[in-house]
Design a protein around this ligand. Structure first.
Ligand code: NAD
Length: 463
């Protein structure tokens, strides 16, 4: 190409860009105010990605892991600052799990039929542009693990962030885009909305170029995506019970339940929300809980009532206290505790709001069950049919198996803190989109794919 041709080429490109209004629409790469513009940009990027190789997808997502890896502390601090929820040190663990333990292109298994009539391939192919609605409780973790899985599957994604966490969500999208550019990937492969609202979220869900919807949040958004008429993945609420039977190692059970329940101030949908303990070991369990250095144990009925009046409003969790530190919550009812205290615990009856509501606060009610059968019955009832997560502490393999089968939860953790079930201190990959209602379970690359068949007749069979 001569110098003149180069000049003309660059002028033409500039004119096209300005005609498309590209500079005005995009405040930062990947951040759009307009839903149509966001989807159009993501559609173009997906078409480019689809023409690239699997090795390119791997290179792009490896670069995301590396580059975002340098921002983990910053993202964790920003999230706590913006949402006023959770703990920086725990968010660091969660972000690392999302970055380094989310599967990549290896999670795209192909299968084959081969015989006299030839060869048929079954392949996992992308949906196209995915609309992903993200929560306030794990905003950056959800974006990171969604991006890695969705890109490895060959998709692009438009995020609709939670209004209470949109700054950090969009900052994460921005640095992911920078990493994609560094790896030579398409611009706007991952985009987000600068001023999120329910209206924009609905516009995104209705957009004809959005081929799949993924909602990570409470019951309202899961119901909304499932009513969209599109392929939808719903990752909804939980209320995980921790059952403790007479054979359990009680000291260890208490330690594991405190660690799981207090993790990120109980924001994870997988965290222990109530302990159901059999009568035979109940007193010893409570004794250990009272003596645990991270727990403030409430014995006074008046204080338990004051706590309930604080954190439950009109029969629902009072969002002012979602994910707040235990010491902050205690202070509001006149109890001074330093920040070494990570959890508030007390004994309640089964019908108590602390047991029945998904509080998402570092508060653990302990309920007495007369025996294991009753403990299992109560755990099933407290889980409210979410089929999300349950935990059991027992040394009896038979009981563990019965409980795992009966609970029907997506995640069942035995003799460990709940977070072992999402690959933090347990085997298996990590995800922050756990699709109980729609059955995909712990989402990963293959979740974001269409199954396609490619048939070649009368050839390539060499048996
Ligand atoms: P939320 O339901 O308030 O918000 C989630 C997202 O949905 C946000 O982006 C919000 O703006 C949007 N949204 C909510 N209702 C909507 C509607 N009617 N129309 C359009 N958009 C709507 O959830 P949150 O408080 O951010 O997160 C906590 C909840 O999410 C808890 O119930 C928790 O258990 C659940 N959660 C589940 C998983 C999982 O993997 N299963 C992961 C994280 C959080």
């Amino acid at each position: 190409m001569s110098i003149d041709e180069k000049l003309i080429d660059s002028i033409v490109k500039d004119v096209i860009n300005s005609l498309e209004g590209k500079k005005e629409e995009t405040e930062e790469v990947g951040v759009f105010t307009d839903v149509n513009a966001a989807v159009a940009a993501a559609k173009k990027a997906q078409q480019q990605l689809f023409r690239m190789t699997l090795a390119d997808r791997k290179r792009i997502t490896d670069c995301i892991r590396n580059e975002v890896g340098g921002h983990v502390e910053e993202l964790s601090k920003m999230t706590v600052e913006e949402t006023k929820m959770g703990r920086v040190e725990d968010k660091i663990e969660k972000n690392k799990a999302a970055l380094y333990n989310t599967p990549g292109i290896e999670d795209l298994p192909s299968s084959v039929f081969s015989g006299d009539r030839g060869l048929t391939l079954l392949e996992l192919s992308p949906f196209g542009v995915i609309g992903s609605i993200t929560p306030s409780t794990n905003p950056t973790e959800t974006v990171i693990c969604n991006c890695i899985g969705m890109i490895c599957a060959g998709n692009s994604v438009v995020f609709s962030p939670h209004p209470g966490a949109y700054k950090v969500t969009n900052y994460t999208v921005k640095i992911i885009n920078q990493a994609i550019a560094k790896a030579g990937g398409p611009e706007n492969l991952v985009v987000t909305l600068s001023e999120p609202s329910l209206e924009k979220s609905n516009e995104l869900m209705r957009h004809p170029d959005i081929r799949m919807l993924v909602a990570t949040g409470g019951p309202a958004i899961v119901k909304t995506v499932l009513s969209s008429g599109k392929k939808a993945i719903g990752a909804g609420a939980g209320n995980p019970p921790a059952i403790v039977d007479q054979t359990a190692n009680i000291e260890k059970a208490v330690k594991n339940i405190v660690d799981g329940c207090a993790f990120d101030n109980n924001l994870p949908c997988t965290s222990e929300k109530e302990a159901i303990v059999v009568d035979e070991v109940f007193e010893y369990f409570v004794f250990n809980m009272k003596n645990h250095p991270k727990t403030y144990f409430l014995e006074d009925a008046g204080q338990i009532e004051a706590l309930k009046n604080l954190v439950v409003k009109d029969g629902k969790p009072n969002k002012d206290f979602t994910g707040r530190n235990a010491s902050y919550i205690l202070k509001q009812i006149g109890i001074e505790a330093d920040d070494r205290i990570k959890l508030i615990s007390c004994v309640t009856d089964f019908g108590h709001e602390f047991v029945q509501l998904e509080l998402l606060m570092p508060i653990l009610p302990i309920v007495r069950a007369k025996d294991r059968d009753q403990a299992l019955e109560l755990a099933l009832e407290a889980e409210h049919g979410n089929r999300h997560t349950a935990i059991c502490h027992s040394k009896d393999i038979e009981f563990l198996s019965v409980a795992a089968k009966e609970m029907q939860t997506t995640i069942f953790v035995k003799n460990a803190p709940s977070y072992a079930g999402i690959g933090i201190g347990g085997e298996g990959y990590s995800t922050f989109t756990i699709a109980g209602p729609t059955g995909e379970g712990l989402t990963s690359t293959k979740t974001y794919c269409r199954h396609r068949r490619c048939t070649l007749v009368d050839g390539f069979n060499i048996r």
